[in-house]
Design a protein around this ligand. Structure first.
Ligand SMILES: Cc1cc2nc3c(=O)[nH]c(=O)nc-3n(C[C@H](O)[C@H](O)[C@H](O)COP(=O)(O)OP(=O)(O)OC[C@H]3O[C@@H](n4cnc5c(N)ncnc54)[C@H](O)[C@@H]3O)c2cc1C
Length: 451
């Protein structure tokens, strides 16, 4: 009998298995597909491998697709090695829990059809999420792609094979929709962004959203608001879309439709349906130690809902294993970083101005612009800003919102500042090397002190 069985080999499951094993537990991990989950095989890694070349301009377009595949292969090998080194027993097959309470019993159905029964004293579920497929006639046509699989379709992305795709309609206005829309535009495709409302990047700071909207306008992105699709029909090798936009009849032609409006937790396929674990609002319900309603059963990552991010899944795994071993680590959602890999890059941590006000905080905020930053100008990328939101009393940093060159990489210092409740003065008085992009964060902190 194992001390812990992990279902799912994505970022959440992998991290949990490694940490638990390092803590001295005997651990088994069951993965039905490839190690790395959505993140490595069809999410973060392939999108960013493409982004770096298509938008970031780092590298040649020639051989682009083989480089994307090579990146994924290398990281998959790395995950397998890490599990081996941690002495985690890996099962390739589909897990189904047959007994949740007391001793946990799990059956593993392998590719050859054989079934193996294994047991443990603890169980951790990290089954991930899938794209929501809105209901309209023709939503399963081959030209209709979903946000969680589209990125590994070379007929859409490989410049050597995607010549038949000229126009792509992207349904959604969140991170995945915008990242894909911008990359497709940079590949020379016409993009029609179909939004359910007038919003984009709903959770981001108002100033950032405004600037993203301006940039999309400048790029000439065709944006339709309040779209409801009723059908997609195959026509001349592509699709004819019908529905309404702002309650008026809507008709549009495209070669591919990409469904990227939202993701939903995976709650089927592993015996949850008939089990005792509590599900709330379509997600596995957990407490702050990632414990479900059943003793000894934990859940982490996308299947628990909330912000669906690979790094959040990993830190939730840390919280779960910490709880199993008597530790006290808990995830601080007020210091959760997130990035949007568009042009210019967006990165954010902590409270937005709107969220801080809604919590009743008395705040001050200030911006510093990359247009006044030596390194940004030297790079020819002076567009964008760093905005700092701080508590008025004491100037404790509550949120940092960056739009500009290398925003995602700049977020590390900002995240530390928010997580450790540093003040604007702490950052402003810390020596920042010159000339660097992070001087822009320091300058925003100086401004916050002057407010
Ligand atoms: C296009 C795209 C881009 C993204 N970009 C980013 C990004 O830049 N940054 C970021 O932080 N996040 C990004 N994400 C989100 C990120 O991929 C997820 O948040 C992350 O993968 C969640 O990790 P997880 O461990 O919860 O689940 P997953 O990575 O989905 O892993 C779950 C695993 O469980 C396995 N599984 C499910 N059921 C069973 C079963 N019954 N038996 C055995 N195995 C099972 C699945 O096969 C899968 O491998 C992106 C997602 C997409 C779709």
């Amino acid at each position: 009998m194992y001390d812990l069985i992990v279902i799912g080999g994505g970022p959440g499951g992998l991290r949990a298995a490694e940490l638990a094993s390092h803590a001295g537990m005997s651990v088994a991990l069951i993965e039905k597909d490839r190690l790395g989950g959505t993140c490595l095989n069809r999410g973060c890694i392939p999108t960013k491998a493409l982004y770096a070349h298509i938008v970031g301009g780092k590298g040649e377009r020639d051989g682009l697709w083989s480089r994307v595949e090579a990146t994924m292969d290398k990281l998959r090998q790395g995950s397998a090695t890490a599990l081996r080194m941690a002495k985690v027993k890996t099962y390739r097959g589909t897990a189904a829990v047959t007994q949740w309470e007391g001793e946990k019993k799990i059956s593993v159905r392998k590719e050859d059809g054989s079934v193996e029964e294994i047991a443990s004293s603890r169980l951790l579920v990290a089954a991930g999420a899938r794209s929501v497929r809105p209901s309209f006639a023709g939503n399963d046509l081959p030209e209709v792609l979903t946000g969680d699989w589209a990125i590994v379709d070379p007929l859409l992305w490989d410049p050597e094979r995607n010549g038949d795709v000229r126009t792509v309609a992207v349904l959604g206005a969140g991170v995945i929709a915008l990242e894909m829309a911008m990359m497709l535009q940079n590949l020379g495709k016409n993009v029609i962004l179909l939004k359910h409302s007038d919003q984009i990047l709903r959770r981001l700071d108002g100033d950032v959203k405004k600037k993203v909207g301006q940039i999309m306008k400048k790029r000439g992105t065709d944006v339709r608001e309040y779209v409801r699709l009723s059908e997609a029909v195959q026509e001349g090798g592509g699709l004819l879309l019908r529905g309404t936009a702002k309650d008026e009849p809507f008709e549009e032609r495209c070669d591919r439709l990409l469904l990227a409006s939202s993701m939903e937790p995976i709650l089927d396929g592993f015996g949850l349906e008939n089990g005792p674990v509590r599900v709330a609002k379509g997600c596995i319900a957990v407490d702050d130690a990632m414990m479900t309603s059943v003793e000894g059963v934990y859940a982490v990552g996308d299947c628990t809902g909330g912000a669906m991010l690979a790094h959040l899944a990993e830190y939730q795994a840390l919280a779960a294993v910490s709880h199993m071993t008597g530790g006290s680590y808990r995830v601080d959602l007020d210091a959760l970083p997130a990035c949007v890999f568009i042009e210019p890059e967006v990165a954010t941590v902590g409270l937005t101005e709107e969220e801080a006000r809604a919590r009743g905080e008395e705040i001050v905020s200030a911006k510093a612009h990359f247009g006044a930053n030596g390194m940004a100008l030297a790079m020819g990328e002076g567009d964008g800003f760093v905005k700092v939101v701080a508590r008025a009393a004491g100037r404790t940093i509550l949120g940092v919102h960056i739009m500009g060159p290398e925003a995602a990489s700049l977020l590390g210092e900002a995240t530390l500042a928010v997580a450790k409740h540093l003040t604007a003065e702490d950052v402003a008085n810390t020596i920042h090397a010159h000339p660097t992009l992070c001087e822009c964060f320091r300058d925003a902190c100086r401004r916050v002190m002057e407010e």
